[in-house]
Design a binder for this molecule. Structure first.
Ligand code: ZN
Length: 245
């Protein structure tokens, strides 16, 4: 995909020369503490949305990782390190073609989605029989990239693009939770003609009323793939990510 790392050979996009020296630096040296990255307002917004919906006992940690994800069984959210500053975003744009979560709106959609996984882990929701009746088997093989999705499938809500809710029961729940949590989508009118998707939203609504009254279980937030500990260079990160060795 990129032989000499000065450009993406598939798209022809060139890396601005001023950023090339960064490729030789360890990811850890390029990543600031997340508290210094200017996202505090967005994290506070998430906390406020959760509290307004009655989930005031849920405590979510955030850190810079190598992509957007929530480590298994944790209530931590990894934010990709390449969102830390404009230089890293420019490099990501050249090699990935797109900076996921660059706009505030998309960032919040992703945060709400990952918060859905945190809620699941904190209250062991996907182990419940009623959860499985609605979303399916959480132990189903996980391979989101290998699932063919249908555009505008009526049985699923839409939060992230690409029909992501269709890829796995856990993702279906996280997407439904994100729509449920989003203050902008408080009115579910668009789902009135989609009874299966609406039923999922109503189930999450009743499930969260139940959770809100309880303390979540204590979980150990193991911060997997923490960018501040990644000694590999930025070049090595991109070469491995795109199998371009
Ligand atoms: Zn997810």
């Amino acid at each position: 995909m990129f032989k000499n790392l000065s450009k993406n050979h598939e798209t022809g996009r060139r890396l601005p020369s001023v950023y090339r020296a960064l490729l030789a630096r360890p990811v850890s040296s390029l990543t600031p503490p997340i508290e210094q990255a200017g996202f505090d307002e967005r994290f506070a917004r998430l906390d406020q949305e959760l509290a307004e919906k009655g989930l005031q006992y849920l405590s979510i940690e955030t850190y810079f990782g190598d992509e957007w994800f929530c480590p298994d069984q944790s209530t931590a959210i990894a934010i990709p390190f390449w969102l830390a500053d404009d230089r890293l975003k420019s490099i990501e744009r050249v090699f990935a073609g797109y900076v996921e979560g660059e706009t505030e709106e998309e960032f919040m959609r992703l945060l709400r989605h990952e918060a859905g996984h945190c809620v699941d882990h904190a209250y062991r929701l996907s182990r419940r029989a009623d959860w499985r009746d609605i979303f399916g088997d959480t132990d189903m093989h996980y391979n989101p990239d290998g699932v063919k999705t249908v555009e505008n499938h009526p049985d699923f809500v839409v939060n992230l693009s690409g029909g992501y809710a269709q890829t796995h029961p856990d993702e279906d729940f996280a997407e439904t939770f994100a729509v449920w949590l989003d203050p902008e989508s408080r009115c579910w009118d668009i789902y009135r003609a989609k009874p299966v998707a609406l039923n999922k939203l109503m189930f999450v609504d009743s499930l969260m009323a139940d959770c809100g009254a309880k303390n979540p279980r204590k979980v150990f937030n193991q911060k997997i793939c923490q960018a501040r500990r990644m000694r590999r260079t930025l070049e090595s990160y991109y070469r491995q990510r795109f199998d371009a060795l």
